[in-house]
Design a protein around this ligand. Structure first.
Ligand code: NAD
Length: 436
């Protein structure tokens, strides 16, 4: 099948590459000329485990193409995915300007029936808006389908190729047949393609992300209670997570969620609720708690240094919002950097993949180090913001001898507090015993 993907970011590039891998001929379209030039030169533009090999193979086999020209890109395509940004607007609602602009452009370009698929996360009612926009100028029949994407950055290829489920919002039998054919190779093990109306599909994505953000946040609040009551959040987590009604995942306490999805999607759902005069109280609480949680360790760092961080050097391990990605959107690390620098500290950071992106965003506000140990040189303390596996079992002797003060502030609960005590560190983490 001929497939077009408009928007070649994290979702678009994975979608395009994976559908090429299942035999389709795919053209990815993006307005970012530099990005398209790089992709056309065979240079991948994001870090995503496993993606590069598929990307190279499908280019070589002539199934994966890139262009900045929408007209050329959608030529002959039966399915046109919209994988465009939906960032928060000024009032917190999802900004649809990218989607509606492309919908406007698409109308006059359609030559034959096509299925236009909203893969972006969009508020309820967007499929209707996109349909209306395209209809203004289209001379052919078309369907607009809502097909929210549930992939997780860091395991995006695996998630895309073996999804737990595929949600498709459409009431068109014609579109349904085409979507079935496209997704059949990905659901061979029997995971469902769940069909529903467009509005329900749109809401499903917000419901899923908001629920997960709530689950994390709930556990963070339990962690905060653990600290006050002298309980251990790891023990509590195991105790509750083994209840199959609750499940083991998304229960790890830490310095909050970030990323390009949870923060903006929770905010957008709360805004959608407001628009229909509904107070979605839980979501407001989730946002408040998460905002505080992100910089929860800062007062403890300040306390440790008797309230004065001027002239102190803090080593920072981890910049991306989670491991296995170079994505830094809403990363808790960035909020911690802001607070530390504001308090007069110098930050020396290391991240396996995200340093270029951080440099692009905040320049020389911090020092970028070649590896995790050089970040420790002359540092007064270590702060951990992302649970990259390479930080899990470091050479603690090296850490100990490099740090001026033998203290670790661990925002991701990577180590056992007792072990840290035995190794001679003061150790602060989330929802567990502090060693000092
Ligand atoms: P992204 O910012 O990485 O990529 C979007 C791309 O669209 C950019 O490359 C941009 O240049 C391009 N673009 C903007 N306007 C364009 C236009 N007129 N024509 C062609 N290209 C244009 O965004 P993303 O992370 O891939 O997210 C895309 C959507 O998918 C969002 O709605 C997001 O909420 C949703 N989503 C993201 C994830 C994720 O993990 N990143 C997961 C599920 C859903």
């Amino acid at each position: 099948m001929k497939v077009a993907v408009v928007g070649t970011g994290y979702v678009g590039l994975v979608t395009g590459t994976c559908f090429a891998e299942t035999g389709n001929t795919v053209t990815c379209i993006d307005i970012d000329e530099k990005k398209v030039e790089s992709l056309n030169n065979g240079k991948i533009t994001i870090y995503e485990p496993g993606l590069e090999a598929l990307f190279e193979r499908n280019i070589k086999q002539n199934r994966l193409h890139f262009t900045t020209d929408l007209k050329e890109g959608i030529e002959g395509a039966k399915v046109i995915f919209l994988a465009l940004p939906t960032p928060p607007g000024e009032d917190g609602s999802a900004d649809l300007k990218y989607i509606l602009k492309v919908a406007d452009d698409l109308g006059p370009l359609l030559k034959d029936y096509a299925v236009i698929v909203d893969k972006s996360t969009v508020p309820v009612g967007t499929a209707e808006k996109v349909t209306a926009k395209i209809k203004q100028n289209a001379k052919v029949d078309f369907d607009v389908v809502s097909n929210p994407e549930f992939l997780r950055e860091g395991v995006a290829v695996e998630d895309f190729m073996k999804p737990d489920r595929v949600v498709v919002g459409t009431r068109s039998e014609k579109a349904k047949k085409i979507m079935d054919m496209l997704y059949a190779p990905l659901v061979r093990q029997g995971n469902p393609v769940i069909y529903m109306d467009e509005k329900s599909a749109e809401l499903t994505k917000y419901a899923a992300n908001s629920f997960l953000a709530t689950k994390i946040t709930f556990m963070n609040e339990i962690a905060n209670m653990c600290e006050l009551l002298g309980a251990d959040v790891d023990a509590v987590r195991k105790g509750v997570g083994t209840d199959t009604r609750i499940g083991k995942r998304f229960l790890f306490a830490g310095i909050g969620y970030g990323g390009s999805c949870f923060p903006k999607d929770v905010q957008a759902l709360a805004k959608s609720a407001q628009e229909v005069n509904y107070d979605f109280d839980i979501l407001n609480a989730v946002m408040n708690v998460n905002d505080k949680q992100k910089t929860k360790l800062i007062p403890q760092i300040k306390n440790y240094f008797a309230g004065d961080l001027k002239g102190k050097t803090i080593a920072l391990w981890g910049l991306s919002f989670k491991p296995y990605t170079d994505d830094i959107r809403e990363a808790p690390a960035l909020y911690n950097i802001d607070e530390l620098v504001k308090a007069g500290a110098k930050v020396q950071a290391y991240d396996p993949e995200a340093m270029e992106n951080v440099k692009g965003q905040i320049g020389d506000k911090i020092v970028y180090c070649d590896d995790q140990y050089s970040a420790l040189e002359n540092a007064d303390a270590l702060l951990i913001a992302t649970e990259w596996p390479v930080f899990r079992t470091p050479d603690f002797d090296r850490v100990h001898s490099a740090l001026k003060n033998k203290v670790i502030f661990d925002g991701r609960n990577l180590y056992n507090p007792d072990d840290m005590g035995e190794l001679g560190f003061a150790y602060y983490s989330i929802g567990r015993t502090t060693i000092n």
